[in-house]
Design a protein around this ligand. Sequence first.
Ligand code: HEM
Length: 133
Amino acid sequence: MLPDIEFSEDVKKLVDTFYDKVRQDDVIGYIFNEVARVNWPEHLPRMYAFWEFLLLSHDTYRGNPLEKHWPVHEKSPFTAEHFDRWVALFQQSVDELFAGPRAQDAKFRAFAIAETWKPKFSPTYGIGQPGKS
Ligand code: HEM
């Protein structure tokens, strides 16, 4: 039986597994490798901190993750397909390594955040809303 996500090391393992998939992925890999040219030794610790904050309620992350995506999106637009792929790779990584309430929570949180963000990256976002055109 697979363990649940319990310790900081578990979060680290999950994030490492996820980004191994992301980096090699045909659908979203290029955004990280070629568009953002992610500095992995800098990015990974921020992602450990982010997920540890969400999943283990440790006081590890402060920041506005959504904002970090705008400059990348401006260079090469994110699509709904990109978000769906991101979530699928994240959920696969969870299922390979963990099972239990926190594992379920991780999968749900990834899905819920992606679904909230997805429309904000749509080319038609804000059209018809007061104050937008
Ligand atoms: C289309 C899907 C997504 C793509 C292509 C994407 C790509 C990226 C890229 C390129 C960065 C910048 C890395 C750097 O610092 O150079 C980043 C940062 C980040 N992303 Fe995403 N992302 C996606 C979805 C998500 C989602 C759904 C979440 C949350 C559940 C998320 C959480 C974060 C966080 C926490 C950071 C770091 C923010 C910081 O530095 O404080 N991303 N992402």
